[in-house]
Design a binder for this molecule. Structure first.
Ligand code: AMP
Length: 395
């Protein structure tokens, strides 16, 4: 069932405590190198501000030890970047539940924005401490979760705080609403044929996704180094490719479960070393010579995968088809990205490397949804329910 949206609550004069994901990448000097996560939260932020709400933002940044402030993990640069984007001041509180936060919140006027310091500076964030959560919730009239990248976690700001709100409104922001719509609702009720493309390094990371999607998809295409573990399971030769020998039995089970739904590469682009300058050859799948390693799908596989994508009405893609950071072994990933971007299907790109590839290639605007969450989007594709979302109000 759909969750109640921030758009459905009256914010005027109310303190809205919004959990955002401002966990932005920074360089050694602390400068933000990619502000996408802040930009993605803007629609919810602006919606509250424009309607006269008093917006209090909380987020984590990095992995501080949880024993007090660590300057390299301060959220101040994110608050400053947000102020630039909004064209209005964002008051930064140098603590999360201390006197600075209290003073900043009590001085707020309608439409003001306060950003609290990194929630993970407090030991109670990781442990879900009810007292810490109670202090945050005590300030708020409305709780809003717009931190999709953190939705699979059960830290205080994600779970204990909304629980401590009692009967006060607990809603989703626009970003979380959109992620749930595509990663959960569309997948539960897809237009068919429904095709999933899964790649990346390890079968072990994606077993549950493969297994869940085999239950709901018409075709599940496997690429990336994962394919070589499947090849081993079929008795193929994989040379010195990246394989997980301890996952061969599991690959056999998935092959049996998948039947003709499971589509494996028919050829492999190999190298004799792990670099762009290595000697290269394309071989049939399962025939990788000793001393060579598979670094990408071959051209026949790329064309076969693209044709399957062209016939689909819903496409989900997670994980590169090869070592796409190292041309020419990006060709398989580029071919799949193009096919997904060109298709009229509802196209959903799981977070992480495939989202990065789609962005780099300039296709982000031609797909239906690019997920902002890495771990969270994978877990949603596994069919998992998130407590941080479950406990919010129904629409
Ligand atoms: P993942 O994080 O599991 O989605 O995996 C992404 C990583 O898998 C990327 O860094 C790719 O370079 C890597 N990868 C994909 N295919 C291969 C391959 N054939 N050999 C080694 N690494 C690969």
């Amino acid at each position: 069932m759909a969750k109640k949206s921030i758009s459905a609550v009256d914010c005027k004069g109310k303190v809205v405590l919004m959990r955002v994901d401002f966990n932005v990448p920074q360089d050694d000097s602390g400068a933000i190198t990619d502000d996408r996560r802040i930009r993605m939260a803007l629609p919810s932020i602006e919606s509250v501000v424009h309607r006269g709400g008093k917006l209090v933002l909380m987020s984590h940044l990095g992995r501080p030890k949880g024993k007090g402030p660590e300057p390299e993990f301060t959220l101040k640069p994110a608050a400053d970047r947000l102020a630039e984007m909004l064209g209005k001041p964002v008051v930064f509180a140098g603590d999360t539940v201390g006197p600075e936060a209290e003073a900043a919140i009590s001085n707020m006027k309608d439409g003001d924005v306060v950003c609290l310091e990194n929630v993970r500076f407090n030991p109670g964030e990781k442990t879900g401490d009810p007292e810490f959560a109670g202090r945050l919730a005590g300030w708020a009239d409305i709780y809003c979760n717009d931190a999709f990248g953190t939705c699979h976690r059960e830290e205080a700001s994600m779970v204990a705080v909304p629980l401590a709100m009692g009967s006060k409104p607990k809603v989703v922001g626009f970003l979380v609403e959109k992620e749930i719509k595509y990663l959960s609702d569309t997948i539960a009720n897809p237009a068919r044929p429904f095709v999933a493309i899964l790649g990346g390094a390890k079968v072990s990371d994606k077993i549950n996704v493969i297994s869940n999607l085999l239950g709901v998809c018409d075709k599940v295409i496997i690429g990336g180094a994962m394919a070589y573990t499947f090849s081993l399971a079929q008795g193929g030769a994989t040379g010195k490719s990246l394989v997980e020998k301890d996952k061969v039995e599991l690959a056999k089970e998935l092959i049996a479960k998948g039947g003709n739904k499971l589509v494996l590469p028919v050829d492999t682009h190999c190298g004799d070393d792990f670099n762009s300058q290595c000697n290269k050859q394309v071989v049939e799948a399962g025939k990788i010579p000793d001393g060579w390693e598979g670094l990408d799908i071959g051209p026949k596989s790329a064309e076969m995968f693209a044709a399957i994508v062209r016939s689909a009405k819903t496409v989900v893609w997670n994980g590169p088809m090869g070592v796409f950071e190292m041309p020419p072994f990006d060709q398989g990933t580029v071919a799949v990205a193009k096919a997904v971007a060109d298709s009229d299907a509802v196209s959903i790109i799981g977070g992480g490397d495939s989202a990065a590839a789609i962005e780099q290639l300039g296709f982000a605007d031609t797909v239906t949804h690019v997920s902002t969450g890495g771990g969270a989007s994978l877990q949603m594709l596994e069919g998992e329910k998130f407590k941080a979302v479950e406990i919010l109000d129904e629409a």
